[in-house]
Design a protein around this ligand. Structure first.
Ligand code: HMG
Length: 391
């Protein structure tokens, strides 16, 4: 039985910052951000968007009534959780009106969370072929104003329906994974910004990739010639280039050209959004599918997932016949094109406009946020969300 991605959608908040302008404000050569880091724009979340609302907005665009009835497992990968106890997925289950006969959980392992969700979903469908699983990855990447990681922030969400007989990508069974206890990036519970050893994180990302790639080759007998494209977790788009460069000499000149060209297409959306942590690899996959018109049905795509701390995994999928019909390219291009640009001053104000951390009540102005689902306030230590179409 084939199991894989039947639907995929994404959402980014309506505000962005131009990386050239951030560079000027930080007295950095703009080419460092646009070429050295490989980012053009950075999505900025207003106070009315958190991981829950971002993920709910991403899912809203892909689910129909049949999906809402068939989904019996919601798995939300995030490292921007809003509660130590209650799963962020439960809010989404309600906001989307899903069938109550469902399991709902939140999973965490830095940017690897959504991949863990997909692998769990695959096992669930193998046992229950008629069910569907909603896998979500949503985050707001915050390192701090003027910090070393500032140019690699971002915000957004990806939602995927995993099912039997998927219409987009069938996941193959072989997979190579690795865990090692590393302090390359983490966020203690008392901090709303991440701690990071940037150089170590880059090194570990590459060494994890090399290690799982070698393991995968031994398991599968495949080499670069068997792949049309390889998609990467993209904390910033140059990272994908660095990782591919570590292995592309293993193939012919033709393999190298094909993989480099497809990597370019897979970076298109990420360049305009920034790091969305758990959803990043899947935003890159979506970007490849929607921005590379030459991809053929039956193409094999490699996927490298990396979550600091650290867990890495390399797995693969095969594009299904007619997959292009099930994409929402126009909507996604429109979502990115219709955003509002912030000045650097305005970005700093939005960045510092955070929710109270002491349990006090707050009511938020949601009218200026065009998202259908938004955080409207906090009272009694509870977050309240509004689904504008459900009023
Ligand atoms: P930095 O010190 O600002 O930058 O840190 P740099 O000095 O290393 O320069 C970056 C690149 O720009 C270099 O290229 C420079 O040569 C180039 P490279 O050697 O890397 O190929 N450069 C220029 N290029 C053109 N024109 C110029 C110019 N100047 C310099 N004028 C760093 C960069 C990414 C480390 C920092 O932003 C950071 O710490 N970011 C956060 C950590 C991160 O993203 N790590 C990635 C791997 S870990 C991961 O992916 C997991 C993560 O997503 C978290 C999770 O799992 O939850 C982060």
């Amino acid at each position: 039985m084939k199991i894989g991605i039947d639907k995929i959608g994404f959402y980014a908040p309506h505000l962005f910052l131009d990386m050239n302008k951030l560079a000027v404000a930080r007295d950095v050569d703009p080419a460092k951000y646009t070429i050295g880091i490989g980012q053009e724009k950075m999505a900025i979340a207003p106070i009315t968007q958190d991981a829950v609302s971002l993920a709910a907005n991403a899912a809203l665009n892909i689910l129909d009534d049949k999906d809402k009835e068939d989904i019996d497992f919601v798995i939300f990968g995030t490292e921007s959780g809003i509660d130590h106890s209650k799963s962020a997925g439960v809010y989404i289950h309600d906001l989307l009106g899903l069938n109550p006969k469902a399991r709902t959980i939140e999973v965490k392992q830095a940017c690897y969370g959504a991949t863990a969700g997909i692998q769990m979903a695959k096992g669930h469908i193998a046992l229950h072929p008629k069910s569907k699983v909603l896998v979500l990855g949503a985050d707001i990447a915050r390192y701090g104003l003027n910090s070393g990681g500032e140019a690699t922030q971002g915000a957004g969400a990806v939602a995927m329906v995993i099912s039997a007989d998927p219409r987009i990508l069938a996941l193959e069974d072989k997979s190579a994974y690795l865990t090692a206890d590393i302090m390359d990036f983490w966020r203690p519970v008392y901090s709303d910004t991440a701690m990071v050893d940037g150089k170590l994180s880059n090194e570990k990302y590459i060494s994890f990739f090399e290690s799982v790639w070698e393991d995968y080759k031994v398991q599968s007998g495949f080499g670069l010639e068997d792949f049309t494209a390889i998609c990467f977790h993209l904390p910033y788009t140059k990272m994908g280039q660095k990782a591919l460069r570590a292995i592309y000499e293993q193939g012919t000149e033709e393999d190298k050209e094909r993989l480099v060209a497809n990597l370019e297409a897979s970076k298109t959306y990420n360049k305009q959004v920034g790091n969305i942590y758990t959803g990043s690899l899947y935003l890159s996959l979506l970007s490849l599918l929607e921005q590379q018109e030459e991809l053929q049905d039956g193409a094999r795509i490699g996927l490298f997932s990396y979550g600091s701390g650290a867990v890495g995994e390399f797995f693969t999928g095969v594009l299904q016949p007619g997959y292009r019909k099930y994409l929402n390219t126009y909507d996604h291009e429109e979502l990115l094109a219709s955003r509002t640009e912030l000045s650097v001053d305005a970005y700093e104000t939005v960045f510092e406009d955070t929710l109270p951390a002491d349990g006090s009540t707050v009511e938020l102005e949601i009218e200026s946020d065009p998202a259908k689902i938004a955080l409207s306030g906090i009272s009694g230590h509870m977050r309240h969300y509004v689904h504008k179409d459900k009023k």
